[in-house]
Unconditional design. Sequence first.
Length: 313
Amino acid sequence: MSNKKKRRQGAPRQVAERRGPPRASAEPEQRPGLFGGLFGNPVPASLSAMPNFRRSLGRGFLLVGSVPVLLLAPFLWTLVTWLGMLALGYVGPPSLPLNQASSIPPLSVGADLQGSLVLFGQPAGIVAVLPLLVLRALVVAVLAGLIVEGFERGSVSVTGVLRGLRALPIVLGGVILNLLFVILLVYAAAFGPGLGTLVQVLLPAAALWLLGFLPFVAVTERRSLPAALSRSAAGGRTPGGRQFLFSMMYLLLLTVLQAFTPPAGVTANPPLRTWIFALVVNFLHVGFFASFGFRWLVIRGSVPEPAHQPVRR
């Protein structure tokens, strides 16, 4: 090989050595904005790990409608709620306690607080609501355990009840946090008719968005309360999942249904149409709750683990 060809072959290597390593791009790294940090990266719904609204609602309502225990339990709980309030001396219209008997927190927590204030007044009603919150957490935990078992096995048994009881401490912590959201909702009227109304609409949706998966996290995973809260919030922020809109849709649907509530005065024996309407509304509550459970079971494997904080000496 001639010296001229050798010089030609060695030239590219020498040029590369003179150029040195490739320089980093001068363009700054793009960071997500305010809403990108809250709701996750802008990913199309078709590419998201979260199932769409139609599939979530279809699987949730199908499970509740096909499992007799999940179908009858809300109806029985509605009856027990009404009889218990009558035994404590409740005097008022039956629409609120009947329609919110099986609702998802924070709606059910707000109904419990309002019922306690009507029964015991202030400030005794605020203290008396604490046993009601423990009972509410028990109902939510057991129902979440049955829903998870129904999706995993196609049927429910005592095992689902035991899984729900094991998750009771975490669910109780979430119920207490929902109570704080409800208390903030009471003071939202101080912001005026414009901003106050907006806060009263968005605050329950934010609570449901951040804490809606918490009962199912507690049932499916053994974690502390901070880790379970982090997992629930991270699940709500799944890119493209539109979990906040899903929570808002649930709240807006129930708000619209309140306008169609059959009129009933102050009575201890509600008419038949009031009972039928209440049973339909509570079926919607449990169906949406099961939809939340289905969404969590689908995205559970893709939700990032909470960051471990360094131990301070």
